[in-house]
Design a protein around this ligand. Structure first.
Ligand SMILES: *Cc1c(COP(=O)(O)O)cnc(C)c1O
Length: 392
């Protein structure tokens, strides 16, 4: 018997990838960092591969090694590694690694020597985000060092890549500008004799809106989980994969003017039935959802009454017939009138990415639905806690 659960529809992830796949000639790197945006890294990865992804993308070496240990042999790029990380383990496991500075390139060379095999490297050009990567000014020096390491057999430059500032605002001037800087960076690389098999810059938003940015490989993350990074309806059919819900643990009648939850930040306007939902910020519900988070209970979407606590929050149900054991749905695909993660993001002033990712690693059992490998098995290393029966 469950009291709260996060259900993941792995077929939705597979189908979302297949939909993206149908819209491009590029290969697809499914981004499964941060525990697959909260969906479970390994099941999400397997579902994405079943949908036609041929690469996996993660932030950290640790995530990449977890994919390898699970037996996934497809190319994996890990792009965020601090100095001193055991990158030779990545090299030994055939993990592709990022170099966006001379220091990072040096670490790759050291790792290659230690592993006694060339490291598969992706050189990152900072085309304007000013996050990782070499600025155009520093780019030639990085290329020169990479060309030397490649000639020495320590490095194989597999990719040149970059990342967008504002692809979720189609038409934004930074997009064309970054593409121009990227094209120039590729031309410069060619002059250094570096012409990698994979050039990649497109995240979900650019995958959905800018075919001219697809190059050889696209790196969608949020879209494979069925969420759209763009304002308005998605340009292709995407199905949200995560549903978060819980059973009401208690209901009670209270008089008008009753203050509710910590700080009494909400007061009933009339006599009402309150319903207690056993989910809180310890589970991934943002505390910022206090008094604004939308929840489907019974026939109505209600707004959280008062503060979200660590383990629970309250709904004011008026005179509606709600009872302990009823199911409250925080968000899902929207099939039954429930809010979506995007509705939650809009309500609390964040992005849908954060809503689903917060539920990763929480104590709520995650249950997998679907026909792809990794579905519904409590023996799957990515599933936890639940019986995996797929039924309630
Ligand atoms: C997270 C990430 C992505 C995926 O971005 P989405 O907007 O979720 O598609 C792609 N590339 C890099 C470098 C990232 O950090």
């Amino acid at each position: 018997m469950w009291q709260a659960e996060v259900r993941i529809d792995l077929d939705a992830i597979r189908d979302n990838v297949a939909t993206l796949r149908a819209g491009t000639t590029a290969e697809i790197m499914a981004v499964v960092k941060a525990d697959g945006y909260g969906h479970g890294m390994l099941p999400a990865a397997r579902a994405a591969l079943a949908g036609g992804a041929t690469w996996l993308g993660v932030a950290t070496l640790d995530e990449a090694l977890t994919l390898r240990r699970a037996g996934l042999t497809v190319p994996v790029l890990a792009w965020l590694n601090a100095p001193g990380m055991p990158l030779h383990e990545g090299a030994e496991a055939g993990v592709d690694l990022n170099a966006g500075s001379l220091g990072q390139l040096g670490e790759l060379v050291t790792a290659a020597r230690r592993a006694q095999r060339p490291v598969r490297a992706h050189l990152k050009l900072d085309t304007g985000l000013a996050r990782g990567g070499a600025t155009p000014a520093d780019w030639p020096a990085l290329l020169e060092a990479a060309a030397k390491a490649q000639a020495d057999g320590e490095l194989e430059v597999v990719g040149i890549w970059s990342h967008f500032v504002y692809a979720d605002a189609p038409g934004h001037e930074t997009i064309d500008h970054q593409l121009a800087v990227f094209a120039e960076g590729l031309a410069t690389a060619e002059r250094y004799g570096i012409e990698p098999r994979y050039r990649h810059i497109a995240n979900s938003a650019a995958t959905l809106t800018r075919p001219d940015a697809h190059y050889d490989l696209v790196r969608p993350g949020v879209a494979i989980y069925g969420l759209c990074p763009l304002p308005g309806p998605p340009p292709v059919r995407l199905r949200p994969a995560m549903t978060a819900r819980a059973r009401i643990t208690q209901t009670k009648r209270v008089p008008a003017g009753q203050g509710v939850s910590y700080g009494h930040a909400y007061h009933t306007s009339r006599e009402a039935t309150l319903a207690l939902v056993p989910l809180g910020y310890g589970d991934g519900v943002p505390r910022h959802a206090s008094n604004v988070g939308p929840v489907l209970l019974g026939d109505a979407v209600r707004t959280i009454a008062g503060r979200v606590c660590m383990d629970q929050f309250v709904l004011d149900c008026g005179d509606d017939p709600v009872a302990a054991g009823d199911v409250a749905t925080l968000f899902g695909p929207g099939d039954h009138g429930e809010p979506t993660a995007t509705d939650w993001a809009d309500a609390i002033g964040t992005i849908n990415y954060e809503i689903v990712t917060r539920f990763g690693g929480s104590r709520i059992p995650r249950v997998y639905d679907g026909s792809v490998p990794g579905s519904g098995g409590s023996d799957d290393p990515g599933s936890r806690g639940a019986d995996g029966s797929g039924q309630v």
